[in-house]
Design a protein around this ligand. Sequence first.
Ligand SMILES: Nc1ncnc2c1ncn2[C@@H]1O[C@H](COP(=O)(O)OP(=O)(O)OP(=O)(O)O)[C@@H](O)[C@H]1O
Ligand SMILES: [Mg+2]
Length: 320
Amino acid sequence: MATQSTTDVAIEARGIAKRYDDELALDHLDLRVDAGTCFALLGPNGAGKTTTVNVLATLTPPSAGDARVAGYDVGREGAAVRARLGMVFQESCLDAKLSAREHLVLSARIYRVPERRARVSQILDEFGLGEVADRPTRTLSGGQQRRLEIARAVLHGPGLLFLDEPTVGLDVAARAAVWDRLRAMRDAGSATLFLTTHSMEEAEALADRVGILDRGRLVACGTPATLKAELGGDRVWIRVEREAGAREALAGVVGVASVEAGARGLCVRVDAAPRRLAELVRRAEPYGIAEVEFARPTLEDVYLHHTGHEYAVDGGETTS
Ligand SMILES: Nc1ncnc2c1ncn2[C@@H]1O[C@H](COP(=O)(O)OP(=O)(O)OP(=O)(O)O)[C@@H](O)[C@H]1O
Ligand SMILES: [Mg+2]
């Protein structure tokens, strides 16, 4: 019999794999998401993000491994898992003939939402759909349809939300409003969020922890701050007119780990760059400074580093 777990872990997957014919779409993934947090899964097209969501949401069985989601086993207690989820699919799955309001009323009925009509009207307004609420969905714009799908997923106040590339196609204001809404759910401790995205901005805006998936494997996982710190220090790019000798001069500055030549000039890897900047500039001056640029690693750098592009000099070279 299904028993509600008392643990604070919302998702725990051990060695989940998914094989399609001769392709291993998920290669024995271990994953843990604490309750009340937001986890973002990043990765190139075909990395296995949607497959991961589908396995965790019990829409497809894993070929190996097991997972507990919202306290229940995805293999043996699928119905209990599904009852606790909200889901935004990557592919739209609305009925073209139904209106936005009809979609939401139907969902409210299925999940036995109290004060159905009032709740539906409220959420239509919250998602900026009040004015188009009674038109057939096929007459809504792409972004309006996407908003409707997110509204439908959160309507019944699920404890766990899976969002597969939720904000693709939304305008800037709508996207910010959706982020605010999702953040509020997480901050209230009322929901765990598991999202996939290609937007580093979205991951930065929402995620407590980020996982990077590449060819079915989790190649990095941690808080954005930790992942950035693991890349190893800041970068200062100094373009000088005469490179001969400049490299050696810069390498002698305290805190410098390496100096490499590249498309944007000399790339100096250095700890605590703001404190070293004056000395770096002083040493570079005799070689004719054309440009100085300073950057901390971003999540995009982390992503490129782990998915086959090195974060080094021009960020564009494939290392594999
Ligand atoms: N039903 C299926 N049958 C066969 N192969 C599949 C099926 N679904 C997914 N795959 C394969 O599994 C791999 C992972 O696909 P998945 O949809 O999980 O990737 P994704 O990371 O979500 O990519 P995207 O960013 O493009 O949405 C891909 O190589 C894909 O071709
Ligand atoms: Mg996908």
